[in-house]
Design a protein around this ligand. Structure first.
Ligand SMILES: Nc1ncnc2c1ncn2[C@@H]1O[C@H](COP(=O)(O)OP(=O)(O)OP(=O)(O)O)[C@@H](O)[C@H]1O
Length: 242
């Protein structure tokens, strides 16, 4: 469903070149939640940006549901949903207007968009908010709206960037429930996070990036076997120190 193959990206610096992503490969299947983890500056955002088609790789490719980003960026965008902790809403639009606007951007048929709007609103418990202006919503309500917005075009692949950043315990639980819905809906999900405890509970497999390289990739048990460490935190600390 999502296939990242030998992605590489370097940036020119005043005193040389920085390889931010160095020959990174992984695959994610439908219904699988993959944690893309790494310390600050490891290359997570750069990898996500290349998958999204916002940044051109120097070499390698990302293939989303059979379509390569470089070959057909528009087709790839329609197959990807993106949710970020820094997502905003259009304050002057009602929630319904905003959801339908996004559906239109993705060329979703108007009748289908109305139906999706209702069913997703039902699923994420925001039906009572559909005719409220987005600018009037609480942080938690806004979060639910942005989660629904990410799914309005029913993409098979979802990218979640630091989805729990700044949220209280209820907001975090909402994200957990949402990811469960995505998994059960057969989406391939990438979660970028610094929260290793959450990643351990949420993800089926993990990719650990460090200095642009994918150092380890696998299930928690596979990572433990590969590293001889007892937990994700221990694996992480060992990775950074050595
Ligand atoms: N446009 C750019 N120009 C130069 N260097 C860049 C650019 N974008 C990213 N980098 C560098 O590439 C490296 C990887 O950055 P990236 O943002 O991908 O890391 P990250 O894993 O997302 O980090 P964080 O967890 O801090 O968000 C960093 O050293 C960063 O400074």
């Amino acid at each position: 469903m999502l296939h990242v193959d030998s992605l590489t990206k370097s940036f020119p610096l005043d005193d040389g070149v920085l390889t931010a992503v160095d020959d990174v490969s992984f695959r994610i299947s439908p219904g699988e939640v993959f944690g893309l983890l790494g310390p600050n500056g490891a290359g997570k955002t750069t990898t996500m940006r290349m998958i999204l088609g916002l940044l051109e790789p120097d070499s390698g490719y990302a293939e989303v549901d059979g379509v390569r980003t470089a070959t057909d960026p528009m087709a790839v965008k329609s197959r990807l949903g993106f949710v970020s902790a820094s997502d905003g809403v259009y304050p002057w639009l009602t929630v319904r207007e905003m959801l339908l606007y996004f559906a239109d951007l993705y060329a979703v048929d108007a009748t289908l968009a109305e139906q999706r709007c209702e069913s997703l609103a039902d699923m994420m418990d925001i039906k009572h908010l559909l005719d409220r202006r987005a600018g009037e919503l609480s942080t938690g309500q806004r979060q639910r709206v942005t989660l629904v917005r990410g799914l309005i075009h029913d993409p098979p692949v979802m990218l979640l960037d630091e989805p729990t950043r700044g949220l209280d315990v209820v907001g975090v639980q909402t994200i957990f429930d949402y990811i469960d819905i995505l998994r059960r809906g057969g989406k391939a999900v990438v979660v970028c996070t610094h929260r290793l405890d959450e990643a351990e509970r949420l993800c089926d497999r993990f990719g650990l990036l460090h200095a642009g390289k994918l150092k380890y990739c696998g299930t928690l048990n596979e990572l433990k076997e590969q590293t001889g460490q007892a937990s994700l935190v221990d694996i992480f600390v060992d990775l950074i120190r050595n």
